[in-house]
Design a protein around this ligand. Structure first.
Ligand code: MTE
Length: 323
């Protein structure tokens, strides 16, 4: 992955976070917040979200949200990795205007009782949408806090009756070089592919994402459907999904094909295992809101802070070898 070294690091967004938290503490102690509103929910100012993004209805807050203050909409939609649109962080926003996320179909195949090609509504509509404010840690040692809107992936997968042979789930991004200019070049092996173990795919934290900040996903964030696996490095969170395959064998993954010594299949966030070319012990939160691109460095947490929920998935596995 191409790495940018920020030169001007300015103070962090800690002020914004403490203001946010203090306000809630105040309201709570004054008895203004009822049980359900105690759940953190992200609200971007209306003027921050361009009107072209359709608001999603019926989105409920999730108890699995972090209380960290979310990044701004313009940070989340303006600083992206989506190599199908180019390798610069600004390319996905600048180059994805021609991409058409609807109509959309997903092929579901492999070791499952129900297989076939399904349209977006038949996959998404049977489920209630949740807002999950997650910490998101890129392998390049920057991070954000993002209010995703989605459905637990496991709830979706269950409906296709995976068989006992299904030990892995493989995912594939759409190939449309006419709409995705980066795909005209051999930057990566297209299509972008990713995979999870069945236990990871079924874990309640793993989200099939359809939106952010209460609106439909911007093209640059992986419209109309992407994964979020919050305890793993960002490259596992594959965008613009068109295929989900239940497999018996571990599927190949794009960054592992591209640089096997640098990017493993598991890619669990792990401050104790450095990338061969840089440390993973700390990260910089993207924070243009304080006048510079990054906030100050903060320690990276094992499993990105989700160890209590997911560490048991890897019992007995050597995480330094299975990076
Ligand atoms: N999915 C596809 N198809 N192509 C990509 O280049 N980049 C990955 C991941 N999913 C990528 C992808 C990487 S490296 C990261 S960090 C995240 O998407 C970035 O997601 P975001 O731009 O929504 O923050």
């Amino acid at each position: 992955m191409l790495i940018r070294k920020p030169t001007d690091i300015k103070p962090s967004d800690i002020t914004a976070e403490s203001v946010f938290l203090n306000r809630r503490t105040l309201l709570r102690s004054a008895g203004f917040l009822g049980a359900s509103t105690l759940l953190p929910q992200a609200h971007a100012a209306d003027e921050e979200i361009p009107a072209k993004y359709k608001r999603l209805t019926g989105v409920r807050p999730s108890p699995l949200s972090t209380k960290d203050a979310p990044n701004r909409f313009d940070e989340i939609s303006g600083y992206n990795n989506f190599y199908e649109f180019g390798t610069d962080k600004a390319d996905p926003a600048a180059e994805s205007g021609r991409f058409r996320p609807q109509p959309w179909k997903v092929k579901i195949d492999g070791e499952a009782g129900i297989t076939g090609t399904f349209d977006y509504d038949s996959i998404v509509k049977p489920h209630a949408l949740e807002e999950r404010i997650y910490r998101f840690r890129c392998v390049e040692a920057w991070s954000m806090v993002i209010p995703w809107v989605g459905i637990p992936l496991g709830e979706v997968l269950k409906r296709y009756n995976p068989t006992s042979k299904a030990r892995y789930v493989a995912f594939e991004t759409v190939v449309r070089p006419a709409e995705m200019p980066g795909q005209k070049y051999p930057i990566l092996d297209w299509p972008y592919v990713e995979g999870l173990t069945m236990a990871e795919a079924m874990h309640p934290l793993t989200l099939l994402v359809v939106g952010v900040y209460g609106v439909e996903l911007p093209n640059q964030n992986g419209a109309p459907l992407r994964l979020i696996v919050p305890w793993k490095y960002g490259f596992k969170s594959i965008k613009s999904l068109v295929r989900i395959s239940f497999r018996e064998k571990q599927p190949p993954t794009t960054w592992n094909i591209s640089a096997p010594d640098e990017y493993g299949f598991y890619a669990n966030v792990n401050p104790a295992v450095d990338h061969p070319r840089w440390s993973q012990a700390s990260e910089r939160r993207v924070s243009s809101g304080v006048g510079s691109l990054f906030a100050s460095r903060q320690p990276t947490l094992p499993f990105n802070g989700y160890a209590a929920q997911v560490a048991s998935l890897y019992k007995g596995l050597d995480l330094a070898r299975n990076f």
